[in-house]
Ligand binder design. Structure first.
Ligand code: TMP
Length: 233
């Protein structure tokens, strides 16, 4: 059985990557591929617990300030569990895995945003994730202002309507987000074979068409019998 195909989506909060992932998952499933989708942090029982510790802005009131290294290590604990439980078995079974964020997020947010540097993240990736690399990374980089505005508005709404709070990162400064943006650009320049960077202000539909074209060029057609298995993030 040939290894499946591993696609990651990356970008700032509010970049539209989650919408694009869902649309691509639906299209590939319709075409008869078996698609497994998940998000990081999260996707496993352990990961969902870690997600609430990492993203809820009330965590620090209960737990104290989370140090940048502790934050990075928890992101990798989440990732190790997701690889063991979901990603590696799905790839071994020949499925397509769509992952909303992966190690590039740690490099951009903790390496760039928190200024821990790339080297440490890449070394951790080799040690913890056995250097598992996506076959393709779709990096959505609309202008910084637009992403931030969208992310902050969305979080405000979710606190009001559901009482959920995933706001710990969105409280960060614009400089923090500029460093993340720059680090994403650096990753794309360093790995042009793997990372397709989609910049600018195109509509959701235009970006969707572009993504579907790129993916169609890289993934062989589905085997004749359609099969569906979708792990909800
Ligand atoms: P999202 O699921 O809405 O994209 O939010 C996840 C948040 O976690 C986002 O602010 C980015 C952050 N994050 C990191 O800082 N490092 C990581 O390694 C990952 C996976 C996410």
């Amino acid at each position: 059985m040939p290894r499946g195909y591993f696609i990651t989506f990356e970008g700032l909060d509010g970049s539209g990557k989650t919408t694009q992932l869902r649309r691509l998952a639906a299209t590939l499933t319709e075409q008869g591929h078996t698609v497994v989708s998940l998000r990081q942090p999260g996707g496993t029982a352990l990961g969902d617990r870690l997600r609430s510790v990492l993203l809820d802005s009330r965590s620090e009131a209960a737990l104290g300030t989370i140090s940048p290294i502790a934050e990075l290590t928890l992101m990798f604990a989440d990732r190790a569990q997701a690889i063991a439980e979901i990603i590696a078995p799905a790839l071994a079974a020949g499925h397509i895995v769509l992952c909303d964020r992966f190690t590039d997020s740690s490099e951009a947010y903790q390496g760039g945003g928190r200024q821990l540097g790339s080297e440490r993240i890449l070394a951790m990736h080799a040690a913890v994730c056995d250097d598992l690399q996506p076959d393709l990374t779709l990096l959505l980089l609309p202008p910084l202002d637009a992403s931030l505005h969208r992310a902050r508005r969305r979080n405000h709404r979710s606190i009001q309507s559901q009482g959920t709070d995933e706001n710990r990162f969105e409280r960060e400064s614009d400089e923090f987000y500029s460093r993340i943006y720059a680090k994403y650009q650096e990753i794309a320049a360093r790995e042009p074979q793997r990372v397709v960077s989609i910049e600018g202000n195109d509509s959701i539909e235009e970006i969707q068409r572009y993504i579907h074209r790129i993916v169609a060029e890289r993934i062989p057609p589905a085997p004749s019998a359609p099969a569906t298995s979708m792990l909800e993030a």
